[in-house]
Design a protein around this ligand. Structure first.
Ligand code: GRF
Length: 191
């Protein structure tokens, strides 16, 4: 299935998908200088550079992102480290076809950008990674895949984050394959 990937950060999940042979046909970013955007340019993947400052509102930006993905025939959207929340025009266009990867075992430590820090500070023994469908409710759409990651004695945020990233690199491909199989039985985008 043709993937559109949205990035704001380092881009390790994007790289992992490309290296595993997923068909990434377009990448969109709100941060044109981020690692994920650089990776897309290097690999000559069409890149939508959609900084908020170019638009009147988040909604206007999301309309541009929707149109950019649709122009490239995107069938499934992957939020791989996107640090904003999609607004209605984007959600409606790709309803049931947007996945997000989150660095905790949702519903634990959802709703923020500091899930790894929160897990460490809270003293839990186990945290993890989750891939879920994106809905209007932040970090609360149906879960597609999860992997547990133990918190080790003496862990730093960096060490723990790295092991969570490793888990993400395993479960994101799994979740995408699962959703692709489900979507193969449903109507195409926009129908
Ligand atoms: C991941 O930890 C993901 O869970 C979170 O943002 C991070 C993105 O990492 N939403 P990368 O840019 O794919 O390396």
């Amino acid at each position: 299935m043709r993937l559109g990937v949205v990035v704001s950060g380092k881009g390790s999940n994007l790289r992992n998908l490309v290296e595993r042979g997923f068909e990434v046909v377009a990448v969109a970013t709100n941060r044109p200088s981020c690692g994920g955007a650089t990776f897309a340019r290097d690999r000559e993947i069409p890149l939508g550079e959609l900084s908020l400052k170019r638009f009147e509102s988040e909604e206007e930006r999301d309309i541009a992102m929707r149109d950019f993905f649709m122009a490239h025939g995107v069938e499934l959207v992957v939020d791989a480290g996107y640090d904003r929340i999609h607004t209605r025009p984007f959600l409606e266009a790709f309803r049931g076809r947007i996945v997000n990867v989150h660095p905790s075992l949702l519903p634990e430590f959802g709703g923020g950008m500091d899930a790894v820090e929160q897990a460490l500070q809270s003293g839990v023994d186990v945290t993890g990674a989750t891939v879920h469908l994106v809905t209007e409710d932040l970090d609360a759409g149906p879960i597609l895949a999860q992997e547990r990651v133990p918190v080790l004695k003496g862990d730093t945020v960096e060490c723990l984050r790295e092991r969570i990233h490793d888990a993400e690199h395993r479960i994101l491909p799994t979740a995408i394959r699962l959703l692709e199989a489900r979507l193969a039985k449903s109507p195409a985008v926009g129908q």
